[in-house]
Every structure is written in C-alpha cells, then in structure tokens.
Ligand binder design. Structure first.
Ligand code: HEM
Length: 309
C-alpha cells in the first residue's frame, strides 16, 4: 500500500465545496473503550451510508485527536511523535489563542446537505463521551477565495509533493498527519478601507488574477513572506484546506493546515505573529482575528479501522 493510501482520504484530497468542522471535548469520566469503539464506528458507518446516497458527492470524514485525549481514548497506543497541546502565542496586540479541542472531525462533501447529515450523526455518535463545543460550516467562495477576497490555496503542494509535505513517512503512524485548526474572523471594514494595491502588499499576490509579486518587490510584512517556512534554504510546505465560514454579517476563514511535522505549522505561526528587528510581522493579522486554536494528530486510516474492527 502506498503512503497516500495509508492516510485518511480527506487529509490529502482537495477541499470540497462544503465542509462541517466539529470540535469536541471529552467528558473524561464517561470514556470507556466500548463507547470509543461505538463512536468511531458511527463515523465510519454514517460517512459510508451517506456517501452511498450520491457516490459523486465526495463525502469524507477526517478525524483528528488532541494531545490530552490521545491517552484517554487509546491507552494502549503510543503517543504520536510531536503531538502536544497547542500553546497560545502573542506579540504586540496580536494573539493566537489556544482553545479546548480533544477531537476534531472535518466532514467534506460537494453537497451541503450530505455534509450536514454526516455532521448530525457524528454529534449523536460522540454524545455518550463528548460535547460538541464548536460547529462551523465552511464553503467554497467564488474561485476558491477567502473572505478577504483573495484566492487561497494556490501555493499548496500537489501530487507526490503533497504526500511528502503532509504524511508521516515511516514508523507506527506512517500515513498520519498533524493538523492545525484556527477559526478566524475578518475585520471587513478595516480591510475594505485599504486600497487594492495595499491589500496586495499585505498578501504578496495580486488580487484579481492571483499572481505572486516578485520577491524583490514583496513587502517584508507580506503574508506569503512571513508564513513561508524554510530550513537551510529549503522550503518546507504545508497543505491548507481553508474554507470561508460564517454569514453575511459575521464571517471569516477556517484555517485547516496539515503537515508531516507539527513544528512546520507552529513555526509558520510564530513567524507570522512575531515582529522582527525591523518591527515587521504578518500584516494580515491586522485584519483577521483568531478566535480558536488547537492541534491534532490525524492517525492513519488503518489505525481507526483496527479499533472499530
Ligand atoms: C484568516 C487566515 C488566513 C488567510 C485569509 C490566509 C490567506 C492566504 C492567501 C490569500 C494566500 C496566498 C495564496 C496561496 O498560496 O494560498 C496564503 C498563502 C499561505 N498561507 Fe495563509 N492565510 C491565513 C492563515 C494562515 C495561517 C494561520 C498559516 C500558517 C499556519 C498560513 C500559511 C500560509 C502559507 C504557508 C502560504 C503559502 C505561502 C507561499 O509559499 O507563497 N496562512 N494564505
């Protein structure tokens, strides 16, 4: 089996038109191995049954487990390397909060009704052991734009480059991946007050046709300067499945980032938030506010299948 086939399929497939993002916290005293098995069974069965209603609807459920939850849910399985709770970060008036999240499920589908349907079953399935503390619905906006109206995801790795960037290459959890989730709200009025040229300076790409600004002309505070992770001159990629969330009144971006090593995600965040010697941080953070933040490990599909039998 190739490394890509070992992954939970939703972790490495392209984002779909709709997604349900469900965050759960465990009620520790209710957790027993029987209930864990039946909850994970519900994920597999509901996803499969609802996909059968429309096989072209690309229904998938991707399950992530937080550091606190791992030993409670799977006392006999080793802790995945690099899985730790997300530590809040701040600098100046910018902050990335760390918020509760023991389990996270991303349900993807090209159909909003089918993603919703799976989400409803999952809340029921996890109810005996966990409370759903956040329920967001993501959607594809225009030509894959986020709600600051820039195309999002262009520099994502594809094909074998994606597999290498996202999946743990070997060991017990080969085919697993680390996942960073942050909910962001846009400060739309402040963003709209910028000229298009200034918005392009903040992102480091053109707005209308999504062309990268040449390195020599990029602003030192551009998002694509600050978020890019390099080690010894080599770029270390992540795979972002961001989607627009919210309503016409209040909206933002669900940041959904996968990487083979958790440190790629946290390094990117630290580069974005920290002002350098010249005072430059990622100016995107002047226009979006992170309201949640949590890290998860998305185990390989076979790990989940072995539990449900
Ligand atoms: C509201 C939150 C965010 C928005 C609206 C946003 C938007 C964008 C946009 C428009 C691009 C350029 C197009 C592309 O290559 O996808 C981009 C690139 C990128 N973003 Fe974000 N982003 C957000 C948060 C984050 C966070 C939290 C991280 C890191 C943990 C991140 C990491 C990256 C990376 C690595 C790139 C590619 C840079 C490159 O190689 O050119 N972004 N983002």
């Amino acid at each position: 089996m190739s490394l890509a086939e070992q992954a939970q399929p939703g972790a490495i497939s392209d984002p779909t038109a709709f997604a349900e993002y469900l965050t759960f916290t465990l009620r520790d005293h209710d957790v027993t191995s029987d209930k864990v098995i039946s909850a994970l069974d519900m994920v597999a069965n509901a996803t499969k049954s609802i996909r059968q209603k429309d096989p072209d609807s690309q229904v998938s459920s991707t399950v992530g487990i937080g550091a606190r939850a791992w030993p409670l849910l799977f006392p006999e399985a080793d802790m995945p390397e690099g899985l730790t709770a997300f530590e809040a970060m701040s600098d100046g008036d910018r902050s990335f909060p760390s918020t509760p999240g023991d389990l996270f499920v991303m349900v993807k589908s090209s159909r909003i009704d089918l993603a919703f349907e799976v989400g409803k079953y999952l809340i029921l399935g996890f109810a005996p052991i966990a409370d759903c503390v956040e329920d967001q619905r993501g959607f594809k906006y225009l030509d894959d734009r986020d709600l600051i109206n820039f195309v999002d995801g262009t520099e994502n790795p594809r094909g074998t480059e994606r597999v290498a960037a996202v999946l743990v290459p070997s060991g017990t959890y080969a085919g697993g991946t680390h996942l960073l989730i942050q909910t962001y709200l846009d400060r739309q009025a402040e963003w709209n007050a910028l000229t298009i040229e200034d918005q392009e300076g903040v992102i480091g790409r053109t707005k209308f046709d999504d062309i990268e600004i040449p390195d020599a002309e990029k602003k030192p505070f551009a998002h694509n300067v600050k978020s890019k992770v390099e080690i010894d001159g080599t770029e270390i990629k992540m795979f972002r499945q961001n989607r627009a969330i919210g309503t016409a009144k209040e909206h933002g971006t669900m940041f959904v980032g996968f990487a083979a090593e958790a440190s790629t995600l946290t390094t990117s965040l630290r580069q974005m938030i920290t002002a350098d010697a010249d005072g430059n941080y990622d100016h995107l953070l002047d226009f979006v506010t992170a309201t949640t933040g949590a890290m998860y490990f998305v185990p390989p599909q076979a790990f989940l299948d072995a539990i449900t039998g």
